[in-house]
Design a protein. Structure first.
Length: 143
């Protein structure tokens, strides 16, 4: 799942552009990018715990925003970092619902090299769009 960090998009925060062949793949890529801002090596995260994450909204943009915010909240509240995301999205009468099974473990300062602490997703330049058959998102995280 491709994503790349964009250095010249934001000076004080971390920005990334994620893509996917489907909405689900886009959301998984965005989630991994968000986690990768916090943890240097995602391969060191073991899948010890499963966590169900659910969010819904009338817009795809807000759905992604809320999903990433939930990942940050769980990291802060429960000290869990996720290394894998299985996302399913359904459109029900104009409302999108997301169910994600995320695999995680507790943050271990000796095992996980923490990079920066993500505080929140920002709306600045935030976008989700479809280009041909690909989906793309631009996200800036407040650190």
């Amino acid at each position: 799942m491709p994503y790349k960090f964009v250095e010249d998009l934001s000076v004080a925060d971390v920005a990334f552009v994620a893509s996917g062949d489907s909405l689900e793949e886009l959301f998984e890529s965005s989630a991994l990018a968000t986690t990768n801002v916090m943890v240097k090596d995602l391969k060191k995260i073991e899948f010890k715990k499963r966590r169900k994450i659910t969010v819904s909204d009338k817009s795809i943009e807000k759905l992604l925003f809320n999903f990433l915010q939930e990942i940050i909240y769980v990291k802060d509240a429960e000290l869990l970092v996720f290394g894998k995301y299985n996302v399913r999205i359904k459109d029900r009468a104009g409302t999108y619902s997301l169910v994600c099974i995320a695999f995680s473990e507790k943050i271990d300062m000796e095992k996980h090299e923490l990079v920066v602490d993500v505080k929140a997703v920002t709306y600045h330049l935030f976008e989700v769009k479809q280009e041909g058959k690909k989906w793309k998102a631009k996200v800036i995280l407040d650190i």
